[in-house]
Design a protein around this ligand. Sequence first.
Ligand code: SF4
Ligand code: SF4
Length: 387
Amino acid sequence: MKTNVEPLVNDGFAGEATKRTLGYLQAQREKGKNIVGIYCGYAPLEIIRAMGAAPAVLCAFADKTIAAGEEVLPSNLCPLIKSSYGFLKTDTCPFFAISEAVIAETTCDGKKKMFELIADIKPMHVMDLPQLPDQAEAIANWTSMIKKLKGFLETTFDKKINDADVEKEIAATNEKNRLMNKIFDFAALTPTPVSWLEFYDLTYLGQAATTQDMLPMLKQTIAKLEERVAEGIYHGEKDSPRAMVTGCPVGGDATKVFKVIEEAGGVVVVLDSCTGMKPYSGMIVENTPDPYEALSRRYLDLPCSCMTPNNRRLTELDKMIERFKPDVVIDVVLHACHSYNIESHKIKEHVIGKHKMPFLKIETDYSQSDVGQIRTRVEALMELVRK
Ligand code: SF4
Ligand code: SF4
């Protein structure tokens, strides 16, 4: 890509997803909006927004808070959990500071137990997530959890959440997802006119900001990408190997993996994780008799490794490979994340067996100590597929 390419969003925060999102949330707080902290892709954002509050994704991606986390938590625990806890212990998560309540879900064991340790800092509501999504009871159980969350928010904030507002938020999410996917479609082009960092900036903000507030930015982004295509501006080289990155959420210090891929001459065209495109996949069915059930169906469709079996991940993988045409699949597994780690074997068999594509699993944490080793493996992979 030319070095003087105008950023997609020209507000001075290019590449600074956290600062832009924090600025947005602080402005909402000043306008009198309530802020509700979240930790996971299963948090039903539409319920939070229907109350007029804004969701804040809480900090979980920095190496600097791991040591504080390890003062209490075992060191052989996933860095995401240790970092989250370390942020709270050191009182350095600005998103937590402005949150007035926290929503949590029973996903993996580490997170579940960590939530117990922070439950007395702010009002916290833990949702019991069904982990057998194909069982007949799953939808009804998650629907009842979503209704319980509604009750918790109404009591904590002394506000009412109307079904009509939930329905409005469902429509707003669908609109946002449609526009986000228009942007993702540009990544499907060869060569791609958009970088992983530009995606990351948008997907990060999209969790916090309303569709209404994001509309100008999303429309501007689409127009700029159309211009880039018309002018022949692309990211990387014309024949850069295209990488799909899947697996655990990758943010903050873990984005070292994306940087290494680019430095090795590749381009990341799919970010298949909760810090990437996953929250924008799928649509919520509108105008059903029970909007909470519609939400339940959509959220239970999220292919997280805490589900068993997690066959949806393979189905989604097939769709993404078809759409974005990657040359390689890289599965990022955070240390001690047993569910993604074990599932990685299935992903490998599927990618190699069905798609005849090279696959690389990278197990890592938030330190920079393994960058050299990751670089060697990624460079070898890129060499293998370079046309
Ligand atoms: S990977 Fe699973 S547990 Fe982690 S944020 Fe996403 S949905 Fe939640
Ligand atoms: S990366 Fe794995 S172990 Fe870590 S919080 Fe997410 S699901 Fe749990």
